[in-house]
Design a protein around this ligand. Structure first.
Ligand SMILES: [Cu+2]
Length: 466
């Protein structure tokens, strides 16, 4: 049967999704090996060598590219190539990236460093790399045809320049951009200040925003799509496969976000007012910092968000609600309030397994999908997923959790269990009667009910109270 985007909404379904905790554990185990040494390569040095006391960046679900010292030059080697990528268990794709992953590994260096970046092209077409936001000679800027010849398949080019700035930057092709960006070619380029940070950063996270059109049942992202994307990602992962950000109470945390997608994304962090402290123009003077809870990161921009961690499990997500969902159709008729009656049974005679959804909202979708009642096409994630301490999160796409604990050891990135709410700090049910209380409602007659008595709540009985 031909599953189109139009009818996909009704088919969105079934994939087995691991709890956030299990996925994060896996991510921790396999990633972040910044000292990994390819066979026979000379010894690699830490990314912040030359600037002691700096905290290396932690790329969500990603890794930092090792380098080697050739004299006084830090030499990196990127390989543009096809990669087998998993957005989350149940959704794989043939993408293009660097050194085996999308996004490619993060390049970290220190202001003042002389860097040489070898770029080997193992793609079926030519490419280049543009160093987005980095001050360099025109001939190193990586715009194919303008600043250099294209790098043909099989060729290796060397870029070499001195870093004269610090901040959050990116790299991406400047050749057949529509295709090469759409299938995952991107990475971050972080330059640490040589003189150290004005304020010590205890945890320094980084991720890139992106969007993908991986049509239901297919394995190649479609580069022709401009607006109706299926997958919205932090570092090419969708929730619940995006690893959480961890911190200890009181630590200073920076989240560096870059946007190489086709949409602007209002990134919202719960629990704190963060300061926006920089962009791809570098770190801003203190007088320009803004206190925000949501920061829109436009296409082609980066932003640095800094805050002091407060204990809890805090959502970090794009505020466009369609960007916190996985595969879905955008052109279906509105099912809200529709009485389906005999409809499902009639349709099932033609389409076995059919189940219409949405007459009371879409929250039931996750339940049905998790229980296997509805099945989607192969290699396609359900629209909503993820589990928290209290039930379904009904999220996908650009969503993860910032987990802050009093007892998280400095430098420990192992994921703790769900947050234990101190006594008296957890919202809870006080009635299951819809006529409860005496709320003022316009268009409704006031009810003559006794005033709400003060209630005592036994927090010790709460499952997740401490
Ligand atoms: Cu968004």
């Amino acid at each position: 049967m031909n599953i189109t985007r139009r009818n996909w909404f009704r088919w969105a379904g079934a994939s087995s999704l691991l709890p956030l905790a299990a996925l994060a554990e896996r991510a921790t185990a396999q990633d972040h090996d910044i000292h990994a040494e390819p066979t026979g390569a000379p010894r690699m040095t830490p990314p912040t060598s030359g600037a002691p006391g700096l905290t290396p960046v932690r790329t969500l679900n990603g890794w930092t590219l090792p380098h080697r010292m050739i004299g006084s030059v830090k030499e990196f080697h990127l390989v543009a190539e096809e990669v087998e990528h998993e957005f989350a268990p149940g959704s794989r794709a043939k993408c293009w990236g660097y050194n085996g992953t999308t996004p490619g590994p993060t390049i970290e260096a220190v202001e003042g460093d002389r860097v040489r970046i070898l770029v080997t092209n193992r793609l079926p077409e030519h490419t280049t790399i543009h160093w987005h936001g980095i001050l360099l000679p025109s001939g190193m800027d990586g715009v194919g045809g303008l600043s250099q010849p294209h790098i043909a398949p099989g060729e290796t080019y060397a870029y070499e320049f001195t870093l004269r700035q610090n901040g959050t930057h990116m790299y991406h092709p400047h050749a057949d951009e529509m295709v090469q960006l759409a299938v995952g070619m991107m990475g971050m380029f972080i330059i640490h200040p040589r003189g150290g940070e004005p304020q010590r950063i205890d945890r320094d996270y980084a991720f890139l925003l992106h969007n993908w059109a991986l049509h239901p049942g297919t394995y190649r992202p479609d580069p022709a799509i401009m607006q109706e994307f299926d997958l919205w990602t932090f570092n090419s992962k969708v929730f619940p496969a995006i690893e959480p950000l961890l911190a200890r109470t009181g630590e200073r945390v920076r989240i560096r976000v870059g946007n190489l997608s086709m949409w602007n994304h209002p990134i919202h962090l719960h629990g704190v007012q963060f300061h926006v402290t920089g962009g791809d123009g570098g770190r801003w003077p203190r007088s320009l910092w803004r206190s925000e809870a949501t920061e829109t990161i436009a296409v082609g921009q980066t932003r640095d968000l800094e805050f002091v961690a407060v204990p809890g499990d805090w959502a970090l997500h794009c505020h466009m609600s369609h960007h916190t969902m996985n595969a879905m159709g955008h052109t279906v008729a509105n099912p809200l309030g529709v009485k389906r009656g005999e409809l499902d049974e009639a349709v099932r005679r033609m389409l076995p397994g059919y189940m219409s959804m949405g007459e009371a909202g879409m929250a039931e979708h996750q339940e049905h999908a998790d229980m296997g009642h509805i099945q989607g096409p192969e290699n396609t994630l359900q629209m909503l997923g993820g589990q928290g301490a209290f039930g379904n999160l009904e999220m996908g796409g650009m969503f993860t959790v910032v987990k802050v604990r009093d007892d998280q050891a400095p430098g420990d990135y192992r994921e703790p269990d769900w947050y234990l709410n101190p006594r008296g700090t957890l919202a809870q049910r006080v009635s299951n009667d819809a006529d409860f209380g005496a709320p003022v409602r316009r268009g409704h007659k006031a009810q003559s009910v006794p005033p709400l008595e003060s209630m005592s709540v036994d927090h010790l009985k709460m499952k997740y109270g401490s």
